[in-house]
Design a protein around this ligand. Structure first.
Ligand code: KG4
Ligand code: ZN
Length: 350
């Protein structure tokens, strides 16, 4: 938790459509301000990077001001600035990095360009306290499905696997479209699934065959599943039957949750890890939460899923990782850093 001697870290997140600014001291969140441009993207049925970049540009200074005033601190009290340097959309990332550099120069404080996906794991420490040692992290959202072994969130993270095609949330959004639900479809499919029978249709579990064990034991693939759902719906339409949408949603949702949890628990066992952190916007998913809770309890794994406002993209995750990095004594970033849309998980800071 916070100690008076811990540095005050300002975190800025702009990798997608959320402009997030937060202040963290130690493992304590002072304030988290988020402005979203999702309403604008909903009109297009997807995120338009150019639209998101402009929205970040307009929201940045008001969001910084709001975070400072709600936390009741002055910019002069900030000890370090952390910003998402990747992965994410290049235009949006560039707006955040530019703002962070301007602050670092203006305030004469160190800058830390950090990894967004690792931030999704680090934010858990603001809620449940420091990781008890080696920890497994599953980060699932519309943009990522990544399984990581976290030895030290500031210094040593190893990617065990990730999706080879669609992210879990993305697959839900696509199936939402197939079922005629509004964008983003994820939460709608979740809701519909709760009214259906998860055993009604046996959809495929990607990369779970014996032949995939050697190379892809901890990787995910959801595009085959999405195609199977599309084919199933087509066959239903062709034969003139009414689509049992709730059963389709439930059978699809359980296929995603089954693969995510089975592979994650297998990784925990293989690496002898007994703490699992789940983060990212998709961790709101009920089917994932239910199956993860059940399987972790059976396996004796301590499951940490923070409240959903910490799971979606926000400044708190970046300030949390920045705080860990500063306290670990990691060297600051140069002021000429760029952004990296496909930053690897081995890169915690740039
Ligand atoms: O982390 P996030 O807010 O944004 C990024 O993608 O980075 O994640 C949003 C994604 C969207 O694809 C959304 O449809 C999905 O997570 N999602 C859900 C649920 N809530 C959000 N998918 C399934 N069930 C949910 N309850
Ligand atoms: Zn994210």
């Amino acid at each position: 938790m916070a100690s008076g001697g811990d540095p005050l870290v300002l975190g800025i997140e702009t990798s997608c459509d959320e402009t997030g600014v937060a202040l963290v001291r130690g493992d304590e969140l002072l304030f988290d301000a988020v402005a979203s441009s999702m309403d604008e993207h909903a009109r297009y049925g997807g995120i338009i990077p150019e639209v998101a970049s402009r929205a970040h540009l307009e929201a940045m200074v008001p969001t910084i001001r709001r975070a400072m005033s709600e936390a009741d601190v002055d910019l002069s009290q900030v000890d370090a600035i952390a910003v998402t340097a990747g992965p994410g959309l290049v235009g949006p990332l560039t707006i955040g990095a530019s703002a962070a550099k301007a602050l670092a120069i203006g305030l004469n404080r160190p800058l830390y360009g950090v990894n967004h996906v690792i931030g999704h794991a680090a934010v858990n420490q603001l809620v449940d306290g420091p990781f008890p040692g080696r920890t497994m992290a599953l980060v699932v959202s519309g943009g990522h499905s990544t399984l990581m072994l976290v030895d030290d969130v500031a210094m040593s993270v190893t990617e065990l696997g990730s999706t080879l095609d669609d992210a879990a949330g993305e697959a839900f959004d696509k199936v939402g479209r197939l079922l005629g639900l509004p964008y983003p479809g994820g939460p709608h499919v979740d809701r519909l699934a709760r009214a259906g029978d998860p055993e009604a249709i046996r959809f495929p579990r990607g990369l779970t065959a014996a032949k995939d064990q050697a190379k892809h034991a901890y990787d995910f693939s959801f595009s085959g599943l999405k195609t199977a759902v599309a084919r199933w719906i087509e066959a239903c339409v062709d034969s003139g039957r009414e689509i049992p949408t709730a059963d389709v949603a439930a059978s699809f949702a359980v296929a995603v949750a089954d693969v995510l949890t089975a592979k994650t628990i297998a990784a925990c066992r293989a690496h002898e890890v007994d703490t699992l952190v789940i983060g990212g916007g998709f961790s709101a998913n009920s089917q994932l939460r239910e199956l993860a809770a059940q399987r972790c309890a059976e396996a004796g794994i301590d499951l940490r899923i923070p409240p959903i406002r910490y799971c979606t993209d926000n400044g708190a995750m970046i300030a949390a990782l920045g705080s860990a990095v500063v306290r670990a004594g990691v060297a600051p970033s140069d002021l000429d850093i760029g952004v990296d849309s496909s930053m690897p998980m081995s890169t915690i800071t740039v």
